[in-house]
Design a protein around this ligand. Structure first.
Ligand code: MSP
Length: 655
C-alpha cells in the first residue's frame, strides 16, 4: 500500500559533519546509523526526507595530517572522503546529501553568512589573546586548561595565540537562548544534557573568536583576506547550505528548520546548543526541532573510542567477525552491528563496545528469537498448508494485543529517539509469538484434524513475523526485506509501509519461500576457546621476544598496591579462576579475577595482603569484570603468591 505524504514539510535530519583527518570508526558510525534509522522510519511514514551528512575539511589538523602523508590538503581530504563514502555505502546509509565543506556552494554561503552578521554588528573585529587546541580545533580560556597547559578534552598541550581576529557576539544571546531552551523542552535533548547546557549558558557566555590568520586552507573573511573563517563556524553553516539557504529559496522554505540534529555529547553544549542556535537567532532563522547529544562508545577502561586516543573499533571488522563466526551474509552482519549499537545502550548514555557482547546478541536475539521463529514456522506452513497463506477463520487475531503494544512502543521509540524501545518491543512480541507456537502446537492441531484452528494459528504467526519485519526495517534494512521475501510478500509486490503495522494485513495467497537461515548460530564455546588461545599465544610471543629493559619512568607507571583479600570464591564454569574481593583502602573494595584456583583454595587467600596492579585496565573474564591483577610467582602457572611479609594497611603503595 502506498502512503500519501503526511506533512508538506521535508523532514530534515542531520549528523555532524566528520573531520577528514581519519577514517570513520564506531563513534561516527553510531550517529550516522541513528540518523539513517530516523530517515528510513520517516520515509516509511510517507514523509519527504532530507537526511544529510558529510565532511568537515577546513581543519588545521587536516593540513598537518596531509603534510605527514606527503599530500596537499585537498588531495588528502579527497582520499579520506572516499573512505567515508565506502564505509557508509557498506553500512547501507541512505543519506540524501553528502556535503563537503570544500564545495564552492558551501564556501559561498559561509562567506555570505559571515558578511551578513558583520554588517549587522553581530560579528566585530578585535584582538584575540588566549589558547588554542589544534587537534580539537578549539579556543580555550586559561581557567579551562588542565595543569595550566593541556586541553580539557584530549589532554594534549595547547598553543598560545595573540592576533587580530573577528568575534561573534554570542554574549548578546544568552538570555534568549535560556528562554528558548526553557520554553521548548525538546529543543536540547536528552534532559540531563539540557540541564547541563542551561547551567553552562546561565554562567554567562563570552563572545567567540570566529577567525584565524589565513593559512591558505579554509574560507577567507570577505573583504579581509588576511583572515580565515574558523573551522567550527564554517562547519556549522553546512546545515544551512544543505537546506538551500541563500541559493534555493523554495527548498529552504520547504526544509527549514531541521527536525532532528544528532551530535555526540562532546560537541553539544558549546557548539550545537550555544553558538549554533545563537547564529540562527542572529540570522533571524527558526531554531531546530531537536538537537540531541548522544553518549560515547567507550573502551573497557572508560575512554572515548577515537583514533587520537589510540583506540578504534572498526564496524567493518566487527561485521567480518560475525561473518567468520556465524557464516551469515555481509548484509546480515552489517544489519546486526546496526542492531547491536542501538539495542545495547539507551541512546544518550555511554556504552562499552564488546565484540563478545555483539556475538552474544547475534545468537540470543537474532538467531534464537527471530531466526528461530521464522525457521520453525515456514516448514509448518509448507507441510500443513501447501506453503500458502490461507484465509483464517474467526479464531485468528490471538496476538492482536501484543502486536499493538509492540507497534506503539516502536513508534514512541522512533519519534522520541529512544531507539532501544523499538527492538525491546519487537522482541517482547517475538517472545509471545514463540510461546504461542509452543502452546498452540500446530503439529497437534494437524494430527487431530483441527484445520480451522491450524489455519488461524499459522496465520497469526506469519502475520506477527510480518509486523516484526516492518518494525525493525529502519534498523535492519536488508534483513527485513529478506524476511519479506521468505514470507512471499515480495513476490506479491507488497510494499513495506508503516500503515500496515497492524494485524491481519498479510495477504491470503502469499507463498512462503524458505531460504537458508538468515542468522546461522554461533558456537560461543568455540569463540571463547579461540579468544583464550589467542591471548595465550600473544603472551607466549611476548615472552619469546627476549628480555627488554624498561625505564624507571615506565616502571613508575605501574601502580602496585597492597590489597587485603576480604573474600574469595570460584568462578562458575572456569576451573582455573577465583573471584576475589580485595580491599585497596578505597571507598569500595574491588573485584579481581585471578587464575590461581588450581593451586590455591579460596580459604588460603582470604585475609592475605597480596600485591595488586591497581591501574590495570579493567577486563571482563568469564563474565566477571576484573579491576586489577594480583601478582604471583611462576611462569606457566602460579607457584607462590606475592604477599607482604608483615602487616600493613590496605592500599599501601608498593615501590
Ligand atoms: N567536525 C566536527 C563536527 C562538526 S559538525 C558541524 C567533529 N567531527 S568528529 O569527526 O571529531 O566527530 C564527529 C562526531 O562523532 C561527534 O558527534 C562525536 O561526538 C562523534 N564521536 C566520535 N567518537 C565517538 C565515540 N567514541 N562514541 C560516540 N560518538 C563519538 O566533531
Amino acid at each position: 500500500m502506498s502512503v500519501e505524504a503526511t506533512d508538506a514539510k521535508t523532514f530534515y535530519v542531520t549528523t555532524p559533519i566528520y573531520y577528514v583527518n581519519d577514517a570513520p570508526h564506531i563513534g561516527h558510525t553510531y550517529t550516522t546509523v541513528a540518523a539513517d534509522v530516523i530517515a528510513r522510519y520517516q520515509r516509511m511514514r510517507g514523509r519527504d526526507v532530507l537526511f544529510a551528512t558529510g565532511t568537515d575539511e577546513h581543519a588545521e589538523k587536516v593540513v598537518r595530517a596531509a603534510e605527514a602523508a606527503g599530500l596537499d590538503a585537498q588531495a588528502f581530504a579527497d582520499r579520506v572522503v572516499t573512505a567515508y563514502h565506502d564505509a557508509w555505502g557498506r553500512m547501507n546509509m541512505s543519506y540524501d546529501r553528502f556535503i563537503r565543506t570544500t564545495e564552492d556552494v558551501h564556501k559561498g554561503i559561509v562567506a555570505r553568512v559571515f558578511a551578513q552578521l558583520l554588517e549587522k554588528g553581530d560579528i566585530y573585529k578585535d584582538q584575540y589573546q588566549g589558547w588554542y587546541c589544534v587537534p580539537c580545533e578549539t579556543y580555550l580560556r586559561e581557567d579551562e586548561l588542565v595543569d595550566g597547559r593541556n586541553c580539557p578534552d584530549c589532554g594534549r598541550p595547547v598553543e598560545e595565540m595573540a592576533q587580530d581576529a573577528y568575534f561573534f557576539r554570542t554574549s548578546a544571546y544568552d538570555d534568549d537562548l535560556v528562554r528558548e531552551i526553557d520554553r521548548r523542552p525538546k529543543l536540547v535533548q536528552p534532559d540531563t544534557r539540557r540541564n547541563e547546557v542551561l547551567s553552562f549558558i546561565r554562567q554567562g557566555l563570552r563572545d567567540n573568536c570566529v577567525t584565524r590568520l589565513n593559512t591558505g586552507w579554509g574560507v577567507p573573511v570577505p573583504g579581509d583576506e588576511g583572515h580565515m573563517i574558523y573551522v567550527w563556524f564554517d562547519a556549522l553553516i553546512n546545515y544551512l547550505t544543505v537546506a538551500g539557504y541563500g541559493y534555493d529559496d523554495e527548498k529552504f522554505a520547504r526544509t527549514w528548520p531541521p527536525d532532528v540534529q544528532l551530535v555526540g555529547k562532546d560537541i553539544l553544549p558549546r557548539f550545537h546548543a550555544t553558538i549554533w542556535p545563537a547564529i540562527l537567532m542572529a540570522l533571524g532563522l527558526e531554531l531546530p526541532g531537536t538537537i540531541f547529544g548522544h553518549g560515547w562508545w567507550v573502551s573497557a577502561g572508560g575512554d572515548k573510542i577515537s583514533k587520537s586516543r589510540g583506540k578504534v573499533v572498526d564496524p567493518q571488522a566487527e561485521a567480518e567477525l560475525l561473518i567468520e563466526e556465524s557464516g551469515c551474509t555481509t548484509d546480515v552482519a552489517i544489519d546486526s552491528v546496526r542492531y547491536y549499537v542501538l539495542r545495547e545502550v539507551p541512546f544518550g548514555q555511554d556504552g562499552t563496545f564488546s565484540s563478545e557482547a555483539l556475538l552474544g546478541r547475534f545468537n540470543a536475539d537474532l538467531a534464537n528469537d527471530l531466526g528461530n521463529l521464522l525457521n520453525r514456522t515456514l516448514p509448518l506452513v509448507e507441510r500443513y498448508l501447501g506453503g500458502e497463506v490461507r484465509q483464517p477463520g474467526p479464531g485468528a487475531g490471538c496476538l492482536t494485543e501484543q502486536v499493538t503494544a509492540a507497534v506503539s512502543r516502536a513508534e514512541r521509540g522512533y519519534e522520541e529517539l529512544d531507539f532501544r524501545d523499538v527492538p525491546e518491543g519487537a522482541w517482547d512480541l517475538l517472545a509471545s509469538a514463540n510461546k504461542f507456537v509452543d502452546e498452540r502446537a500446530p503439529w497437534d492441531l494437524h494430527k487431530t484434524g483441527k484445520k480451522v484452528e491450524l489455519t488461524a494459528v499459522l496465520y497469526d504467526i506469519l502475520d506477527t513475523i510480518r509486523v516484526v519485519a516492518l518494525l525493525i526495517s529502519p534498523v535492519m534494512p536488508t534483513v527485513a526485506p529478506e524476511i519479506w521475501r521468505q514470507l512471499g510478500l515480495e513476490e506479491m509486490a507488497v510494499e513495506m509501509s508503516w500503515d500496515d503495522c497492524e494485524v491481519g494485513q498479510t495477504p491470503v495467497g502469499a507463498k512462503v519461500e524458505r531460504g537458508r537461515p538468515i542468522f546461522p548460530r554461533i558456537d560461543m564455546a568455540r569463540v571463547r576457546q579461540r579468544a583464550e588461545q589467542q591471548a595465550l599465544q600473544a603472551q607466549e610471543q611476548e615472552g619469546s621476544q627476549g628480555q627488554q629493559m624498561i625505564s624507571h619512568e615506565q616502571f613508575q607507571e605501574l601502580d602496585l598496591r597492597v590489597g587485603r583479600v576480604l573474600d574469595a570464591d570460584r568462578v562458575e564454569g572456569a576451573d582455573k579462576l577465583l573471584k576475589l574481593t580485595v580491599d585497596l583502602g578505597e571507598e569500595q573494595p574491588r573485584t579481581l579475577v585471578a587464575g590461581v584456583a588450581q593451586q590455591f583454595g579460596p580459604r588460603e587467600l582470604i585475609g592475605q595482603n597480596v600485591v595488586v596492579v591497581a591501574n590495570l585496565e579493567p577486563a571482563t573474564i568469564h563474565g566477571v569484570q576484573s579491576q586489577g591483577m594480583i601478582l604471583a610467582a611462576g611462569e606457566k602457572e602460579p607457584v607462590a603468591l606475592i604477599v607482604a611479609d608483615r602487616d600493613c594497611q590496605p592500599g599501601e603503595k608498593v615501590t
